[in-house]
Design a binder for this molecule. Structure first.
Ligand code: DGT
Ligand code: CA
Ligand code: CA
Ligand code: ZN
Length: 587
């Protein structure tokens, strides 16, 4: 097992022990052990274990040494499995409700006998939770809202998680000998930030083996529908997937139809009707004449389309990339030949907002740089938290100076081809001042400014606060504009238009935070903002090496926002970015 996975297990052990009401020292030992593990390098861990020297890590007692060794060598831990089995599953599930930590859950369990979210909802409705010491009306209201959100959101899934399930399915379908073509359609193909269900379209003449494969794949928990040419299944995670099999001649039409969006489809059908044609999942046929669209299409399977580009061409349109198919003016633009050349993942040459073990990341500077190099990036920006974010181990002035030195030394060593820029994710204090003084900020290549506290300020106060930070001469870019966590937490109240105005006026970049759980600023704002001259950076906000790959989710969102590579700072070369950042520095 890899060290970060081991660290996750230790953290979960800490949480479970806390749920059980175990001795706080023991709980803290596991949490500290997890952090200590994250701060060392993979190879170093292997060496320590091989040499029997794990105990030399600070805070590592005999218990931790034994458990980490067992996990590292066998990938399992008997103690952990028994511990997990000894706790009612409902208690761990309650952790998903914002504002409910292990201590509160423990209290609810001990004092009210609550061991499930359903029981918790009942107790709140009866006002019992508010009466508990340490809870009160406000906490109870928050819990009720949290439960409600969880239900409302429970039906959708993050794009990233949906894509991880969908990709092997597409590959599996394509590998079947009966399958001519297979694609994922729906909101996933459109790159929407959340996905309701998966939609797979397959071209095949012999469909029974395809349906059989689909309903028996690993991970299928329930087959919710099954017919000759279609099937629906539900996976362990609750995600559902629809499969439709069509003859090859129909594939382009079915793929287009089930890609959507509904609004796009409605508009495109209207356009077809205007030309005497009827467009449907079956085909593009004359609108006049006897019979249903299906019957007509079967009569003229003719015009066998190679793919969607020909479908659009048949309607006098340039090809519309799936990400733009939201019915927001893409058909007009395609008619006028004014579709943008959308930014692509391959255009990305680095990113600016990334964390290391210096703050709350779980990989070291060297590991992050090696990972950026492996991605072929020309540069990597390190922006660890500033001191006000103490819960994320924000850096003191001294530690930031030290990190700047380490980065300069790493660059000078030429160990990696990837250049590292020195940055910070500097907290915007509640009144809009920045968390470091100007002299220190001026030593950095760039400064990301972000809000991490006082989320409940009213809209006017929050907007003023953020704009004040944007006006700071050291500010290079604004991090996660609204602080939203998709499907979990609404963003704070802020006047986005005013913030965009200020960013444009002061030449400050607004990041497109590419974390699949954020995707903030929302794609719906980008088209207009970029037309007005706003520049973005697609930043993964990576907290580990794997997180760098999240730029892909950001590229999706950028494409949905009609962005070209010119609108994205981190598509520029190292020389161009260096010059850009230098020109932005206060003099
Ligand atoms: P989702 O699953 O909620 O994230 O969103 P979609 O867009 O994947 O929606 P879904 O799975 O219900 O259907 C896939 C596509 O099929 C949808 O984007 C457009 C097309 N579609 C489904 N139902 C209708 C409909 O009643 N009318 C039209 N015009 N298109 C439809
Ligand atoms: Ca869908
Ligand atoms: Ca569907
Ligand atoms: Zn942040």
């Amino acid at each position: 097992m890899k060290k970060n996975e081991i660290a996750d297990v230790l953290t979960e052990i800490g949480t479970l022990l806390e749920l059980k009401g175990e001795n706080p020292f023991k709980v803290r030992a596991y949490q500290a052990g997890a952090r200590a593990l994250e701060a060392i390098e993979e190879t170093e861990l292997a060496r320590l274990i091989a040499a029997g020297e794990l105990g030399t890590i600070k805070g590592f007692g005999e218990a931790l040494v034994q458990k980490v060794t067992e996990l590292h060598t066998t990938g399992r831990l008997e103690f952990f499995e028994q511990l997990k089995a000894s706790i009612e599953p409902g208690l761990e599930e309650m952790l998903q409700i914002p504002g409910l930590g292990p201590k509160k859950i423990r209290a609810l369990h001990d004092k009210l006998g609550i061991a499930s979210i359903a029981a918790l909802a009942e107790a709140c409705a009866a006002g019992k939770v508010a009466e508990l010491e340490g809870f009160g009306e406000k906490t109870q209201e928050k819990i009720v809202a949290g439960i409600r959100n969880r239900e409302a959101y429970g039906r959708r899934h993050h794009w990233w998680e949906a894509a991880e399930i969908a990709e092997p399915i597409v590959a599996g379908l394509r590998a079947l000998p009966q399958v001519e073509r297979a694609e994922a359609a729906g909101s996933l193909r459109r790159g929407l930030e959340t996905v309701g269900d998966l939609d797979f379209i397959v071209a095949a003449e012999d469909f029974a083996p395809v349906v059989n494969w689909f309903v028996t794949q690993p991970g299928v928990k329930e087959v919710t529908a099954q017919g000759d040419t279609k099937a629906s299944v539900r996976f362990e995670s609750g995600l559902q997937a629809d499969l439709r099999i069509v003859p090859a001649a129909q594939f382009a039409f079915a793929l287009h139809h089930f890609t959507g969006s509904k609004d796009h489809n409605v508009q495109l059908r209207q356009r077809a009707l205007g030309r005497g044609l009827s467009l449907s999942e079956w085909g593009l046929v004359p609108a006049e004449g006897e019979g249903t669209a299906k019957e007509k299409a079967e009569k003229h399977p003719g015009r066998k389309l190679g793919g969607e580009p020909e479908l659009f061409a048949a309607l006098g349109l340039h090809f519309i990339p799936p990400e733009l198919r939201e019915g927001l003016g893409e058909i007009e633009a395609a008619e006028a030949g004014e579709l943008p050349r959308l930014v692509e993942l391959a255009d990305v040459r680095g990113a600016f907002h990334n964390h290391t073990t210096a703050s709350d990341g779980s990989n070291t500077l060297v590991e992050m740089t090696a990972a950026a190099e492996a991605l072929g990036w020309d540069y990597l920006g390190i922006a660890d938290h500033s001191k006000a974010s103490f819960q994320a181990k924000g850096l003191s002035e001294e530690r930031l100076e030290q990190q700047i030195g380490e980065i300069h030394a790493l660059n000078a060593s030429k160990r990696f081809t990837t250049h590292v820029f020195t940055g910070t994710e500097c907290d915007i204090l509640t009144d809009g001042r920045l968390d470091y003084d100007d002299a220190l900020l001026a030593k950095l290549d760039y400064v990301v400014v972000s809000v991490h506290n006082a989320f409940t300020q009213d809209e006017a106060t929050m907007t003023k606060r953020i704009i004040r930070a944007i006006e700071h001469p050291c500010a290079t870019m604004l991090g996660h504009l609204t602080g939203r966590l998709l499907l979990r937490r609404e963003g704070y109240q802020v006047d986005v238009t005013k913030v965009i105005d200020a960013a444009i006026a002061h030449g400050v970049v607004i990041e497109l935070n590419a974390s699949p759980w954020r995707l903030d600023m929302d794609w719906r704002h980008w088209r207009k903002a970029a037309e007005r001259g706003l520049l973005t950076a697609i930043n993964p906000d990576a907290h580990d090496t794997a997180g760098l790959a999240h730029v892909r989710a950001g590229v999706n969102a950028a494409r949905k926002g009609w962005l070209t590579r010119e609108a994205v700072l981190n598509t520029r070369s190292l020389a161009e970015v260096t010059a850009y950042l230098r020109a932005r520095r206060p003099r």
